[in-house]
Design a protein around this ligand. Structure first.
Ligand code: NDP
Length: 452
């Protein structure tokens, strides 16, 4: 049987674009890709990229204060949100075009349309067109989830935050994960009076306990009003704002309520249920190690599979799929030891096992140091950095590394290489310190803080 294309990709985000490009440019495949929204997906349009630019924007007030402490005669005259937003939109337009051009130069046919699957080898577009294809890749990502509480329509999600007309005076952030904690810091940094409600006992569940405690303390010390064990019962519009009625019995008014209570896979309405593709409890598409679904011609990568929901993971999954199916290089992406960073202020960088996970597994030594880094100490800030290594008592391998510090995302990337290579504590010790830096602490911690 002959098909119109070899591969039809649904979704122009990080995973879909990588798979399409590699299949076309390096695998010689005829590839088509459909995207109903803007090319680039969550990461580029409404996630990592605009978020990180907002993180940068929100850090300046402290930099200005520190500059003054270093002797500079400077004064901040406030933040111009419309100016920033205009530049941000221009940058996103540039990136979207770059994604589009990358696909075009790889020879991928782009459809600016919604696509649904008709049968294992046919895709229908919202334009009415039908395309037959040997393989289908679902890379439709995820979408913010807001629990069904009265007044939920008064809240916004991370999708809308980049488009605000004005910055609010008082904001409530609901949730305790990556997005909630990052935006609590961003809003606070931009001068918004920020409150965070989290239903659990401590924010950033899943991260190393000591590290997330360190981040939460630092956020509170900066002035973010974090309430753990607190959830919203309902939201009500008032003449002057949005009233949040909470489980702790309080009723407080805000100008903006941002829900960051997780994301759900974008898997509904694609026509997959009827074909025998299997789904998990949250609607995630179930795939094997090769990202293949229960229907052999249909594959899925990225957030829609809800494995590890990070851009670089989607990219690797998409690349591995293209290598396997179109380049004759069978590749399984290994989901172990994935480093990540939470871009709070201070940042949290993490790779490998947390202390709690490692204790469950074997006998460990914990090396942990907290100190005031030179740069902010000089400026009179109380900020403390945390450097932490989890070491196997038996093999001496470093099982995990957790860093709470300015630029922890940059630092953890490098530590992750050593840990991925199987470095032992003695390998770290043999490495000469770069002085004076914060990261030198990683190679100078001689005595374990505790054994467990
Ligand atoms: P997370 O899953 O990280 O956090 C969701 C938060 O919402 C948790 O604190 C959760 O509480 C809470 N929650 C869930 N359901 C409810 C509910 N019904 N009522 C009240 N609270 C609720 O999701 P995010 O939205 O923050 O991020 C989505 C994904 O995006 C992350 O998993 C991450 O992989 C990725 N991401 C990565 C970033 C990075 O690498 N820097 C940045 C942003 C996102 P509980 O803990 O009790 O379940």
């Amino acid at each position: 049987m002959t098909f119109d294309t070899d591969l039809f990709v649904i979704g122009g985000g990080s995973g879909g674009v990588r798979a399409a490009r590699i299949a076309a440019a390096e695998g010689g495949a005829r590839v088509a890709l459909a995207e109903e929204s803007r090319m680039g997906g969550t990461c580029v349009i409404r996630g990592c990229v605009p978020k990180k630019l907002m993180v940068f924007a929100s850090a300046f007030p402290e930099l200005v204060e520190d500059a003054a402490a270093y002797g500079w005669r400077v004064k901040s005259e406030g933040f111009d949100w419309p100016k920033f937003r205009t530049s941000l939109e221009a940058e996103l337009d540039r990136l979207e075009n770059a994604y589009r051009n990358t696909l075009k130069s790889a020879g991928v046919t782009i459809h600016d349309a919604r696509a649904t699957v008709v049968d294992p080898h046919t895709v229908r577009l919202s334009t009415g067109e039908t395309v037959t294809t040997k393989h289908i890749l679902i890379a439709t990502g995820g979408w913010p989830f807001v629990p069904d509480i009265p007044g939920r329509e008064l809240a916004i999600t991370s999708n809308e935050i980049f488009h605000l007309d004005t910055l609010p005076k008082r904001a409530l952030v609901v949730g305790g994960g990556y997005i909630a904690s990052e935006f609590a810091c961003i809003l606070h940094g931009l001068g918004v009076e920020t409150t965070q409600y989290y239903r659990g006992a401590a924010i950033l569940r899943g991260f190393d306990d000591e590290s997330r405690g360190h981040v939460a303390n630092a956020m509170q010390a900066r002035g973010i009003d974090i309430h753990c064990g607190t959830d919203v019962l309902r939201l009500e519009q008032t003449a002057t704002g949005i009233r949040a009625v909470a489980t702790d019995g309080t009723e407080r008014e805000f100008d903006l309520v941002l829900y960051a209570t997780g994301r759900r896979p974008n898997s509904v309405g694609l026509g997959l249920e009827e074909l025998g593709v299997k789904f998990g409890r949250n609607g995630e598409i179930l795939v094997d190690d090769w990202s293949q679904t229960a229907v052999p011609s249909i594959y899925a990568v990225g957030d829609v599979t809800d494995r590890v929901n990070l851009t670089p993971v989607a990219i690797r999954e998409g690349h591995a799929f293209a290598d396997t199916v179109f380049r004759g290089v069978p590749t399984r992406f290994d989901h172990d030891l994935i480093p990540s960073a939470v871009f709070t202020q201070p940042e949290l960088g993490s790779v490998g096992l947390t202390e709690e996970q490692a204790r469950e597994q074997e006998e460990i030594e914990v090396y942990s140091a907290t100190f005031r880094p030179m740069k902010t100490l000089f400026a009179g800030r109380p900020d403390r950095v945390l450097m932490k290594l989890i070491v196997s008592a038996a093999t001496r391998k470093v099982l995990g590394c957790h860093i709470v510090a300015p630029d922890a995302g940059e630092l953890i990337q490098l530590a992750a290489i050593a840990i991925r290579m199987g470095a032992t504590k003695e390998d770290f010790d043999r490495t000469v310190a770069v002085h004076p830096t914060m990261a030198e602490e990683l190679v100078t911690m001689r005595k374990p803080t505790r054994k467990a």
